[in-house]
Ligand binder design. Structure first.
Ligand SMILES: [Zn+2]
Length: 193
């Protein structure tokens, strides 16, 4: 499952097919529009160069933190402070609303910019940890892919970001490696010519 924070991390894209190609999409207008639309956030596009730099730094830190959580680790005090610094970038205010006759009290963002977006990303990540689901954070088992995702499957055994892409590719690779080994050992008479 894609979450707000994992989608943010995955703006650094790696070619899962193993070409070694990667692409940092955070500075692209196309990615910025996609991200804002997908998560119903507001910010100016294109983002300015300075904010892109801050987003990249934050993304790299978040990537480190989520990888450690995926391995069963937790956050240090210093990392919590780093996240707090990001949360400070996006102040919220209380607001009462009425929808279909139902009165609600909620928090709404004060600003509509990329700093606010980063604060939302940090908040979503912390919420994942609070809900006791840090153990479901995964990094795709395909070493070329490294896609970060949240495993919401019942048996908590999802290894690949997508079974159709990475799952299949790794299956094929395992199969080929096995065949090669068999051939080397002379266990496969058909290929022994
Ligand atoms: Zn993958």
């Amino acid at each position: 499952m894609e979450t707000l924070w994992s989608d943010f991390i995955n703006s650094e894209w790696h070619d899962w097919r193993g070409s070694g190609r990667s692409e940092d999409r955070i500075g692209q207008e196309k990615w910025q529009n996609y991200f804002l639309n997908r998560w119903h956030l507001e910010a100016p596009v294109p983002a300015d160069a300075e904010v892109i730099r801050t987003m990249r730094e934050f993304r790299d830190r978040l990537h480190d933190m989520s990888e450690r959580c995926a391995r069963g680790g937790g956050l240090s005090h210093a990392e919590l402070e780093e996240l707090n610094a990001i949360l400070d970038l996006g102040p919220v205010k209380r607001r009462a609303t009425e929808e279909a006759g139902e009165l609600r009290l909620g928090l709404v963002p004060v600003r509509e910019d990329w700093r606010q977006v980063m604060a939302e990303v940090a908040a979503a990540f912390i919420r994942t940890l609070i809900d006791g689901e840090a153990g479901r954070i995964r990094v795709c088992d395909n070493p070329d892919c490294r896609w970060v995702f949240y495993d919401d499957t019942r048996n908590r055994a999802k290894k690949y970001c997508e079974d159709k892409t990475c799952g299949n590719l790794m299956k094929v690779r395992r199969f080929r490696a096995k065949k090669k080994l068999e051939k080397e050992r002379g266990e496969n008479p058909e290929s022994d010519k």
